[in-house]
Design a protein around this ligand. Structure first.
Ligand SMILES: [Zn+2]
Length: 443
């Protein structure tokens, strides 16, 4: 009698569809993912799993699409506490007359920890497993992420002027380096530099950041060309467009994540393409603040990596990456005047593998491939709005809503089970949110 040897694994997740976002863009019916020691060790048809694996636990998702955990590549998580406080205003008025004064009055360590936890609860509930964050007290965001066991890349803020976090560019940069040292070995909190925007950071600190980013091997995450006015003001002040200035400073490289990039001419696109920079597209924030339109199809034609972000809750006003994918796909078609622009599969790529690439994390996350960390999201497609089911990828982008997200794993650990958060106390969050509502609105 011959004995068949099976490989021991911690968890087998069987799903009606596995959509791994591998280079072939496979859609695998009735497949399973095998996980051991936080990582994916195999993908196979569920019918073969018994011959290959002996699993300590198995999960059966009979009507679901199993996709890589979504990557929200730009936001300001703690601003979830400012959701809806200043709607329907142009960016400059919104920021200078409402958001900055409110932040001046309320932002504290407690605000950032609690606001970031609220944001993470919303993100996990809607299928996001990794988020990039630019905000004050990034060490509190890190602490909140580690407590929730969710992945974050902290773009430590740098500005020329004083805020509650630092007095001048030198202190912001010093604190960013300390943050990098403190979380160097963290499984969940990673770091980047977050110079706020070309118009708020001068040449000398940008040069220094560029050098330090190379030394520490971390990304530079920056709002760039958010509006036409930003570009025309820069031309009036410096005689060149912000991207030309960044290029002269040696900053345009694969390390650079340009958030928004709504105002791009052909030369700007060539600069990004030739130097391998990524664009983080935030369609709903751009629409709500009437900031302009990112030319996603044109960027993709030039092989620029485009990832997706929600931006902060004060300009969106949610952190729902499934909704954001749909907005991105719709808007790309309108902007390109071409219904074939940004097909569903590529919108899903923007929210997964492209985000991981932009953050410099694609060796570990962004797709369901052997060797990568087991960050996964399950979406239940058995819903009226998804009947009949001709094409699961089409439904994920064009028909689903985020309440269909049922289960989420980060490093193989379940953080959402059948819609219930496992590492965040919802009742506590509700009470804290009510307290902040009273403090901020005064009623
Ligand atoms: Zn932003």
């Amino acid at each position: 009698m011959t004995e068949t040897r099976t490989e021991s694994v911690d968890l087998l997740i069987h799903s009606r569809w596995v959509i791994p976002m591998d280079p072939a863009r496979s859609v695998l019916p009735n497949h399973c993912v095998a996980i051991r020691d936080k990582r994916i060790v195999g993908l196979c048809p569920s019918s073969d799993a018994g011959k290959l694996y002996s699993a300590a636990a198995e999960k059966h998702l009979n009507s679901h699409a199993l996709i890589p955990g979504l990557v929200n590549a730009h936001g300001h998580a703690a601003m979830s506490l400012l959701r809806g406080v200043a709607d329907d205003l142009p960016l400059k008025t919104w920021l200078e007359e409402h958001i900055w004064p409110l932040e001046g009055e309320h932002v504290s360590r407690e605000f950032v920890y609690q606001g970031s936890t609220l944001a993470m609860a919303e993100m996990l509930r809607s299928g996001t497993t990794t988020f990039a964050d630019m905000y004050f007290f990034p060490d509190e965001v890190a602490r909140a992420a580690i407590d929730a066991q969710m992945r974050v890349q902290l773009a430590s803020p740098v500005l020329d002027f004083p805020t509650i976090w630092a007095a001048d560019a030198e202190e912001y940069i010093r604190k960013a380096c300390t943050l990098h040292d403190d979380f160097r070995s963290s499984e969940f909190a990673h770091t980047a530099f977050g110079p706020h925007a070309p118009y708020t950071v001068s040449d000398a600190p940008l040069r220094k950041l560029s050098m330090l980013a190379d030394e520490l091997d971390v990304p530079i995450h920056m709002h760039v060309h958010e509006t036409a006015q930003e570009v025309s003001d820069a031309v009036a002040q410096h005689g060149n467009r912000p991207l030309q200035r960044l290029h002269a400073l040696g900053m345009i490289s694969p390390r650079l994540l340009c958030v928004h990039a709504t105002e791009l001419d052909a030369e700007d696109i060539a600069l990004l393409a030739d130097n391998g920079a990524s664009v983080i597209h935030c369609p709903e924030s751009n629409l709500k603040l009437a900031s302009g339109f990112c030319k996603v199809a044109a960027l993709q034609q030039h092989q620029v990596n485009v990832a997706l972000g929600t931006d902060g809750c004060a300009s969106n006003n949610d952190l729902d990456m499934i909704g954001e994918m749909r907005s991105a796909a719709m808007l790309a078609k309108a902007v390109a005047d071409d219904a074939s622009a940004l097909p569903a599969m590529e919108a899903l790529a923007m929210a997964t593998i492209n985000g991981a690439s932009a953050l410099g994390m694609s060796a570990d996350i962004g797709s369901l491939e052997v060797g990568k960390l087991a960050d996964l999201t399950a979406v239940d497609l058995d819903a009226i709005n998804c009947w009949p089911l001709h094409n699961p990828v089409s439904h994920l982008v064009y028909a689903c809503n985020s309440s269909q997200v049922s289960d989420v794993w980060v490093s193989g650990r379940a953080l959402l089970i059948d819609g219930e958060l496992q590492t965040i106390d919802i009742d506590l969050l509700r009470n804290q949110s009510e307290d902040w509502q009273r403090k901020i609105s005064g009623n």
